[in-house]
Design a protein around this ligand. Sequence first.
Ligand SMILES: NC(=O)c1ccc[n+]([C@@H]2O[C@H](COP(=O)([O-])OP(=O)(O)OC[C@H]3O[C@@H](n4cnc5c(N)ncnc54)[C@H](O)[C@@H]3O)[C@@H](O)[C@H]2O)c1
Length: 387
Amino acid sequence: MAIEGKSDSHNAGRIRLGMVGGGRDAFIGGVHRIASRIDDRFELVAGAFSSTPEKSQASAADLGVAADRAYGDYVEMAKREARLKNGIEAVSIVTPNHLHYPIAREFLKRGIHVICDKPLTSTLPDARKLVKAVEASEALFILTHNYTGYPMARQAREMVASGLLGDIRLVQAEYPQDWLTEDEQNKQAQWRTDPDQAGAGCIGDIGVHAYNLACFMSGQKLEELSADMHSFVDGRRVDDNCHVMLRWQGGAKGMLWSSQVAPGNENALKVRIYGTKGGLEFAQENPNQLWFTPFGEPKRLITRGGNGSGEAAGRVSRIPPGHPEGYLEGFANVYSEAAEAIQAKRSGGEIASDVVFPTVYDGLDGVTFIDACLRSSKRNAAWVKLT
Ligand SMILES: NC(=O)c1ccc[n+]([C@@H]2O[C@H](COP(=O)([O-])OP(=O)(O)OC[C@H]3O[C@@H](n4cnc5c(N)ncnc54)[C@H](O)[C@@H]3O)[C@@H](O)[C@H]2O)c1
């Protein structure tokens, strides 16, 4: 397989990037900063890194962002950056879920591209409003469902779409973790277990990743679901374990398990897809591998860049097979797809057809899934349609 991969030829005119959230002690903001720089197509120049101005200033100093581009408030940041000659062209939103919509709205209405983390929003009404805000804006919206950036997830999607699996019968997904097995009081746990900030518990935090990746790889759309959600830890106000049965449009079936109370599981996201002609199995903790079994034949291990690895994987690979690429490179692929799209917009050109990134509609689908799980579980796991 040829690794077309990433070259340095795109780097002229880095995209001026801002960030909301991601200050000192935050988790995913740092990942976004690394991901934005792996292919050297973005430059962080401004931010409202924290809800307190002092911490935002301190974080800016840590990151080498000029003091006059460090804001105590994201509305002030959006207004001033939109007026500056060399203001930001894009903003990354890496705050707790309930802030995604109000923050995105401020930047979108000023024509600033938004790269936002999942879930799209903490409520379905906010998700619908955010779709409208994107549709009313000239700016792009990219959702960092980062697992779609893995070369072997792209490979799986290409194999399913080409018909190698035949008609799809089963799509199984799971994302168990163990870090919330007991009451946990760190910064990340605090807002995640508050329904007003998070929207839902593990289904919104990680179940939605499993759902998104299952849809991305299989090309399936969900028709209805039955969800049994539970909170095992005393006093916890959001779900920490969810079993969801799935009926896909077109007749395929599946199950989705999401848990944050399963000791021994770190980030055990898996998607398995079975059709009339064969099956695929992908585990994100071994992201350079994809198992393919043509029915009646021995299982085959396809490795990133190895024999059988195709164009879709090659496009988003950087180094030869056997040298692992992982979480950060997969995340970087979402950023680099965003860069392709933003630079095409900048030069008035078309976005190339092979550029793939999760959109606001994928985000709406994810929040619709979460909302349907909550509705179903309240009714003792009744079957509900995705509306
Ligand atoms: N894609 C992934 O794999 C992935 C992984 C982890 C988290 N996430 C998502 O990223 C988001 C952040 O999660 P996290 O774990 O980094 O949380 P975190 O608590 O570590 O960080 C949140 C940051 O937002 C800041 N913040 C809060 N209110 C703010 C405001 N009004 N203005 C500016 N900054 C503000 C906090 O100060 C903090 O810096 C969540 O939506 C989460 O679902 C995605």
